[in-house]
Design a protein around this ligand. Structure first.
Ligand code: TRP
Length: 455
C-alpha cells in the first residue's frame, strides 16, 4: 500500500451528492445570508443591490468557489498540504504552505467572532420560551449584554460545533447538514409567509423588489455586494477546499459547485422576503427603524432591538415567532461554524496524525480561548478581528487561491481532474471560460476592490 492510498483510505468522503450540496450550502448559508444580505439590500437600494449581488455571485464568487473545490478534490488534502503539493518548485511550495497556514488562521479567527454572535442567537432563542414560562430573570440575563453571558453562550455554541465535527465527515458534518438545512429552509419559508400577511409588509416588499438605481451609482454598493458574496460563499480560507477534498471523484464539480452557489444565493434572496417586510412591519407598529439622517439603523441594532421590539407587539404569537426566528439564525450559524472548525481539524489530523477526537478538542479549545479573550476585550477586539479577517485577509487569500489555480496548477493536470467524471471536459463551456477567468479576471477584480476598500 502506498502512502497516497493510506491517506485517502483514512479520509472521510461525502456519502451522497445531496449530502455534499447541503453541507457546502450549509457552510455558505449563515448569518451572512440571512441577516447580512437583506439588511445590506435594505440600505443599498433594494433590488439594485439584489441584482448586483446576483451578478457578482456568478461572475466572481462562483469561479473562486470552483478554484477551491477543484484544488480540494484534486489533492484530497487540507488547504496547507493541498497548496504545497500543487507546484513543483520549492519556493512555490513554501508559498503554498504559508498561504494554507494563513487560511487556517483566518478560518479560526472568523470562527472566534462568529461563535460569539451565534451564541447571542442561541441566547435569544432560549430567552423567549423562558420568559413565557415566567422565568423572567433568566430570560433577561440571556438577552442583556454582559461578558459572563457572552462567554457562556459562546462556549455553548462552540460545544455544539465541536460535537458535530467530532462525528467526522459522514456522521457529523453530512448527517447534521442533511437534518438542519431542510429545517432551516422550512422555517424561513413559514416565517416569511406569516410576516407577509402583516400590516406594513408590502412596503418592505416594495423596497426589496423595486430597484433604486440612484443608490447603484452612489456609495459602496459594489464593494458591499462583493464582500457579501465572498463572505457568503465562505471563500478564501479553505472551508470550501476541504469540503471539495471530501468529494468523490465521480462527481461533476462545476455542476455541484453551481448548485451550491444557487442554493446559497437562493436562500439569501429568500431571507430578503422575511427580513425587509419584518422591518417595515415593525415600523408600521411604531418601532423606529431609521436614524435621524434617514438611513437604516445599524445591523446589530436592527436584529437585537428592532426585531425584539416587533415581537413584543405580538403577544403570544410573538413568542413563537421570535423563538423560531432566533433558532433559524442559530441553525444557519451552526452549519457554517462546523465548516470553519473543520479547516484546522483536518490539518491537525493529516499533518500530525492526531485522532479526530483529539484534533477537534485541541482546535476547538484554542479557538474558544481566543474567543474568550475577545469577549473580555470586546470594545477593542471584536470589530478589529472582523475587519482583519473578513475585509483584508479573506479577499487577499481568495486572490492567492485563484493564483494557485490559474497560474501554478498545470493546465493538463487541471484538465485531467475535470476529465475524472466528464470525458468531454475539454469541449465544455466551463473549460473554455473558467481557466482564463481565475487567471486574470478574478485576481484583478478582487484586488481592485481590496485596494479601494483600504483607501
Ligand atoms: N458563509 C457563512 C455565512 O454566510 C460564513 C462562513 C462559513 C464563512 N465559513 C466561512 C465566512 C469561511 C468566511 C470564510 O455566514
Amino acid at each position: 500500500m502506498n502512502l497516497g492510498q493510506s491517506v485517502t483510505a483514512a479520509r472521510g468522503e461525502f456519502r451522497s451528492r445531496l449530502g455534499f450540496i447541503l453541507a457546502a450550502a450549509g457552510s455558505a448559508v449563515g448569518l451572512g445570508n440571512i441577516w447580512g444580505f437583506p439588511t445590506q439590500a435594505a440600505s443599498n437600494g433594494g433590488a439594485a443591490f439584489l441584482l448586483t449581488y446576483l451578478v457578482l455571485a456568478f461572475v466572481l464568487a462562483y469561479p473562486a468557489l470552483m478554484a477551491e473545490l477543484l484544488i480540494g478534490r484534486h489533492t484530497h488534502r487540507n488547504m496547507v498540504l493541498a497548496l504545497e503539493s500543487l507546484p513543483a518548485m520549492t519556493s512555490l511550495k513554501v508559498a503554498g504552505r504559508l498561504t494554507g497556514v494563513a487560511g487556517l488562521i483566518t478560518a479560526s479567527l472568523i470562527l472566534s467572532f462568529y461563535a460569539i454572535v451565534a451564541g447571542w442567537m442561541l441566547g435569544f432563542s432560549a430567552s423567549y420560551p423562558l420568559g413565557a414560562a415566567g422565568l423572567t430573570s433568566a430570560s433577561e440575563w440571556l438577552t442583556s449584554f454582559a461578558p459572563s453571558r457572552n462567554l457562556l453562550l459562546m462556549l455553548g455554541f462552540m460545544g455544539l460545533t465541536m460535537a458535530v465535527v467530532l462525528g467526522g465527515v459522514e456522521n457529523g458534518i453530512e448527517r447534521w447538514s442533511r437534518r438542519l438545512m431542510p429545517l432551516l429552509i422550512a422555517t424561513l419559508v413559514a416565517l416569511s409567509a406569516y410576516v407577509l400577511t402583516l400590516d406594513g409588509a408590502l412596503v418592505g416588499l416594495q423596497t426589496y423588489l423595486l430597484p433604486d438605481f440612484r443608490k447603484v451609482v452612489s456609495g459602496d454598493l459594489l464593494l458591499d455586494a462583493l464582500g457579501s458574496a465572498f463572505f457568503s460563499l465562505s471563500l478564501g480560507v479553505g472551508t470550501m477546499l476541504i469540503y471539495g477534498s471530501y468529494l468523490s471523484d465521480q462527481e461533476n464539480v462545476p455542476r455541484v459547485g453551481a448548485q451550491v452557489a444557487l442554493v446559497d444565493v437562493g436562500i439569501a434572496v429568500l431571507a430578503g422576503f422575511l427580513i425587509l417586510p419584518a422591518m417595515y412591519v415593525a415600523e408600521a407598529r411604531g418601532v423606529a427603524i431609521f436614524n435621524e439622517a434617514g438611513g437604516l439603523l445599524s445591523e446589530d441594532t436592527l436584529i437585537f432591538t428592532v426585531l425584539p421590539a416587533l415581537f413584543e407587539t405580538m403577544s403570544t404569537s410573538g413568542v413563537w415567532l421570535a423563538t423560531a426566528f432566533f433558532l433559524l439564525m442559530s441553525i444557519a450559524a451552526l452549519t457554517s461554524s462546523i465548516s470553519m472548525l473543520e479547516v484546522p481539524v483536518a490539518y491537525l489530523i493529516e499533518k500530525f496524525g492526531l485522532s479526530r477526537r483529539r484534533a477537534t478538542v485541541v482546535a476547538g479549545l484554542c479557538i474558544a480561548m481566543f474567543s474568550a479573550v475577545i469577549v473580555f476585550n470586546f470594545g477593542s477586539l471584536f470589530g478589529l478581528v472582523i475587519t482583519i479577517s473578513t475585509r483584508y485577509s479573506q479577499p487577499i487569500l481568495g486572490i492567492a487561491v485563484c493564483i494557485f489555480a490559474g497560474w501554478i496548477w498545470r493546465r493538463d493536470a487541471l484538465l485531467q481532474e475535470l476529465r475524472k467524471n466528464d470525458t468531454d471536459a475539454a469541449d465544455s463551456l466551463f473549460w473554455r471560460i473558467w481557466p482564463f477567468y481565475v487567471k486574470w479576471f478574478c485576481p484583478a477584480i478582487i484586488g481592485a476592490i481590496v485596494i479601494q476598500s483600504a483607501l
